[in-house]
Design a protein around this ligand. Structure first.
Ligand code: PRX
Length: 657
């Protein structure tokens, strides 16, 4: 789309919610939204008390918050077991027999678990984990695909107060090993393999390789998803146990009693550690706690998705990312929702898979990512057009800026111009949605991520924190702590403070650039730090670089992003070789395979370019800005006066990719 059309779309288009949607919506007008938002900031204790009554508190909170930045506590004095809000509370209501999860495997098998059944599985697994030695505070790693048992695994850990660390099934063994070692996990829950685009991802084999250098793991629980004929696995005596055996074998009576009536934990008890990329080579273990996180995801699920009892809600994210944590597990289950869950790829066996699932299960809310939407656009309208999508009533987008063209397609072809779209901006660190439009209360503008959610005091500021004028670009910051925010980085309070709270005094820095228009709507442009967003996956350039330089042929590497129609950003790396090493196709393949091994296939560079040297300042710093311009094929603009050797740049521009 040309810049002109894009900016016209940005300026002109406003889509108000339909009257029929607003009439039934939980928040039905802009005035209602504004008054709730104002109250959430001016009288937070009144607001949150009123909006958390559905949750199960064993001990009530005595004070809403306490902070001395960067440390903050919320719901001070409360004690709770988060799984009681997600499971037990539904058992005394008609939700007992309601579907909690409707699951479809990639080969086409399906399963439904009611709230009663999900509770029963979680209690059994919690008892089994207790027998394996898991206690409150122990970390448990989860390396699984999109199967219902992954949800059971997370909730069983939470029930015991054992923080889980879910590692996305697309990560390599080395990445798994590093994450297990960083948080010192005691038990690993995994499966023989999972289905992806008709192939088997051999999770247990990868886990075995990781565990050769992960001494803290004492026990491994293995779910049989694929079966021995297709994916034989070796069980290590004394360490590995089958999931199925644990579920069938009676657990000890004390463990069962304890799992049935679990302990209550302090509001600030750690719930999970989730690794995400930052601006150094070492991933950050983002740590969330219990009550604030629950309150944030509960409230946002209820209001942003305007959730109703008869909805079939489908968030297409993977459980390995924060969207899966907040909007497949804790948010929707705490609301008693029916969640669709799908194991495999969106284009398997063909591009109609998502639309088939919506038709088959009557999905009413679809929450997906712009990169998927762009891939569907490319595949063609004939796929969704073959299916009855009339059950849909609300659409959501998350993970990266959605270009207005993709927004319009989503609105027209999937939403039949009937469904509001909620574009939700948030991060692993924020725990819950921070910016969006409430679907019955506000008009949407294609490409804008809307207004602050309840409890969120967010702004666009200049480098030293002065506010930007309307439409002036700046840094996106949050001006006061909010309940679902990350409390620290696992084992590294100092890095937490430096990364988020020290960049601009007294506010949380998101790492994103944005502007806010004259209506107060936010337009997030993306990361302004050394983090890329490739197909909705967050990848640190330093992580890629340190993986590349660990290859014996590589002397130096620089990773940058360039705009990409499908993935949002594509990953380009520039590599210099050690003396005597030969550039060529074989080495490119070897480097790509090396990244697969070190991080995972999803982080494979789109472009690898060999060069004799990298453009550097006189003080030896790589000039990434220039590399970005070279990678984008554009003219190198801006200041090059500090460049050490101009011929480097000239050569890079003329080199073949
Ligand atoms: O740059 C923003 C982008 O994704 C980053 C957060 O990535 P992650 O922690 O992996 O969480 C992804 C799912 C919440 C942000 O810093 N981002 C996320 N949602 C949007 C977005 N950018 C623009 N619009 C969004 N709706």
């Amino acid at each position: 789309m040309s810049d002109r059309i894009e900016s016209r779309l940005k300026e002109d288009r406003r889509f108000p919610p339909s009257k029929s949607f607003s009439d039934r919506a939980r928040v039905a007008s802009h005035a209602a939204y504004e008054s709730m938002h104002r109250q959430s900031l001016e009288e937070p204790d009144v607001f949150w008390r009123e909006h958390t009554t559905e949750l199960v508190w064993r001990e009530p909170w005595t004070k809403f918050s306490e902070w001395s930045l960067p440390t903050a506590r919320f719901f001070v004095g409360a004690r709770l077991n988060i799984t009681e809000s997600c499971l037990d509370r539904h058992l005394a209501t008609p939700h007992r027999t309601k579907a909690a999860l409707i699951w479809e495997g990639e080969p086409g098998d399906t399963r439904t678990l009611t709230y009663f059944e999900l509770h029963r599985h979680v209690v059994r697994m919690a008892a089994a984990l207790t027998d394996l030695g898991v206690k409150a505070g122990d970390r448990v790693a989860i390396y699984m695909g999109m199967v219902p048992e992954a949800v059971v695994a997370m909730l069983a850990c939470a029930r015991l107060g054992a923080p889980h660390s879910v590692i996305f099934g697309g990560f390599s063994s080395d990445a798994l090993r590093d994450r297990i070692n960083d948080c010192g996990a005691k038990v690993l829950l995994t499966q023989d393999g999972s289905w992806r685009r008709g192939n088997i991802v051999p999770l247990k084999k990868m886990a075995d390789a990781a565990l050769e250098q992960a001494p803290t793991i004492e026990k491994v629980v293995v779910l049989k998803r694929i079966g021995h004929d297709r994916e034989p696995v070796v069980m290590k005596e004394g360490r590995d146990v089958w999931w199925e055996d644990l579920m069938e074998r009676p657990a000890s009576p004390t463990s069962v009693a304890h799992a049935r009536k679990p302990d209550a934990f302090d509001a600030e008890h750690p719930l999970f550690v989730l690794y995400t990329s930052g601006s150094t080579g070492k991933p950050k273990g983002v740590q969330h706690t219990t009550a604030g996180y629950l309150a944030g995801v509960h409230l946002s699920t209820k209001y942003v998705f305007d959730l109703r009892d008869d909805d079939v809600y489908w968030c297409t994210a993977d459980i390995g990312w924060v969207t899966g944590h907040s909007y497949i597990v804790y948010g929707p289950l705490s609301c008693g929702a029916t969640c669709m869950m799908y194991e495999g790829a969106p284009n398997f066996p063909d591009w109609s898979r998502f639309w088939q699932i919506i038709e088959r299960h009557g999905v009413s809310i679809l929450y997906t990512a712009p990169t998927a939407i762009r891939a569907f656009i490319r595949a063609g309208d004939e796929w969704p057009k073959k299916h009855d999508l009339s059950s849909l009533r609300l659409l959501g987008s998350v993970g990266e800026p959605i270009n207005p063209e993709a927004w319009m397609w989503y609105h027209r072809v999937i939403g039949a111009e009937r469904c509001p779209i909620v574009d939700t901006w948030w991060q692993t660190e924020t725990g819950a949605i921070m910016l969006t439009t409430l679907p019955g209360a506000a008009f949407t503008k294609p490409g804008s991520t809307g207004l602050p959610f309840f409890g969120v005091d967010i702004a666009v500021v200049k480098d030293r924190g002065e506010p930007c004028a309307p439409n002036e670009g700046g840094k996106l910051v949050v001006r006061r702590p909010w309940p679902s925010m990350a409390r620290t980085l696992w084992g590294d309070d100092e890095r937490y403070r430096k990364t988020y709270w020290d960049v601009i005094p007294d506010v949380y820095f998101t790492g994103d650039g944005s502007r806010r228009d004259e209506d107060g709507y936010f337009w997030v442009v993306g990361r302004i730090d050394d983090v890329l967003n490739v197909a909705g996956h967050r990848i640190g350039t330093a992580e890629i670089e340190s993986a590349l330089v660990s290859h014996p042929a590589v002397a130096e590497a620089a990773a940058v992003g360039r705009p990409d129609d499908l993935k949002g950003q594509a990953l380009c790396v520039f590599v210099t070789l050690k003396a005597g090493k030969k550039a060529g196709r074989d080495l490119k393949d070897a480097l790509a395979a090396h990244i697969d091994r070190e991080i995972g296939k999803f982080a494979r560079p789109d472009v690898i370019r060999f060069t004799d040297s990298l453009p550097k300042t006189r003080s030896g710093k790589i000039m990434r800005r220039l590399l970005k311009e070279v990678a984008s094929g554009g003219e190198t603009k801006g200041d090059t006066t500090t460049l050490e050797d101009f011929s480097v740049l000239a050569k890079l521009r003329t080199d073949e990719e």
